[in-house]
Design a protein around this ligand. Structure first.
Ligand code: HEM
Length: 285
């Protein structure tokens, strides 16, 4: 455990690995969704980070401002209280870690524990106060098209290939009618990260779902899977589709690119003092 110098606790790599292990232990729960909090924890890390604006250098994971209204009340963040509350127990046990480091570390743990790639991670985020909350509208709106996706993700500093690589996270989890209004999972194994999202986009036939909810697509053959309008934009747009095809063919390539871009997403706007990154041991290593 880290040394206490002048009252300040200096956590070591082992201390962060202990946090990882404690997160890994609480992800599985048969009473929740498909038996795992992993997907909603990934979504928390993404929504905490995806508010970044490279022009004004505001937003991003530093600050963990989603703890406060108005950011916690933004429509895009509906349901993420589940993930924040889950991690509260970890924060109590390891009070030295900032919420902003904890949320991003937990997202890394969730990806690794759901069979995804190792995501190099480093500490250094500091929690902010309510004044650092970002305005509503910085996260993507699923009812929109490729033009919107580019506007949102270019603002964070990402390019077309990176938008497609990040979107592969929709292999995980599901939409909830009481959160976004949309309904259903994207893949048949929503607690395992694979390139199935890309394969299904290309190989299934998709049609508008006939229902009273928001406009979404369903697979014609089983009617049990879904795609959002923004997911379909990735095969409507030629530049995006090129990368969907590359990732559908090659899971290793997807894992490499996803690990790289997800790691950078979690670091947007953070003034790190140290370069060194940690690669956490997964519980299955
Ligand atoms: C879930 C939209 C990108 C990870 C969702 C949901 C929506 C959505 C509407 C359903 C929320 C609910 O009802 O619970 C979008 C849009 C994106 C996008 C429009 C633009 C490209 C991403 C990215 C990641 C991500 C970049 C991570 C790298 C997830 C995960 C879930 C999810 C893991 C499942 C959450 C759960 O099961 O509770 N997304 N998303 N999404 N999103 Fe995205």
């Amino acid at each position: 455990s880290g040394l206490k110098t002048g009252g300040a606790f200096t956590p070591t790599r082992d201390d962060f690995q202990r946090v990882y292990n404690d997160v890994a232990e609480i992800l599985e729960n048969n009473d929740y969704d498909n038996g795992s909090y992993g997907p909603v924890v990934v979504r928390l890390g993404w929504h905490a980070s995806g508010t970044y604006d490279k022009e004004t250098k505001t937003g991003g994971s530093n600050g963990a401002t989603m703890r406060f209204a108005p950011e916690s009340e933004h429509g895009a963040n509906a349901g993420l209280k589940t993930a924040r509350d889950l991690l509260e127990g970890i924060k109590k046990k390891h009070p030295w870690i900032s919420y902003s480091d904890l949320w991003t570390l937990a997202a890394v743990a969730a990806i690794q524990e759901m069979g995804g790639p190792k995501i190099p991670w480093r500490p250094g985020r500091k929690d902010g106060d309510v004044s650092a909350c970002t305005p509503d509208g910085r996260l993507p709106d699923a009812s929109k098209d490729q033009k919107h996706l580019r506007a949102i993700f270019y603002r964070m500093g990402f390019n077309d290939q990176e938008i497609v690589a990040l979107s592969g996270a929709h292999a995980l989890g599901r939409c909830h009618t009481d959160r976004s209004g949309f309904d259903g999972p994207w893949t048949f194994s929503p607690t395992m990260l694979t390139n199935d999202y890309y394969k299904l986009l290309l190989e299934e036939k998709w049609a508008w779902k006939k229902w009273n909810g928001p406009k979404q697509f369903e697979d014609v053959s089983t009617k049990s899977l879904m795609m959002l309008p923004t997911d379909m934009a990735l095969i409507k747009d030629k530049e995006f589709k090129k990368h969907v095809e590359r990732y559908a063919k090659d899971n290793d390539l997807f894992f490499r690119d996803f690990a790289d871009v997800f790691g950078r997403l979690l670091e947007l706007g953070v003034p790190f003092e140290k370069e060194e990154k940690f690669i956490f041991k997964s519980t299955t290593d």
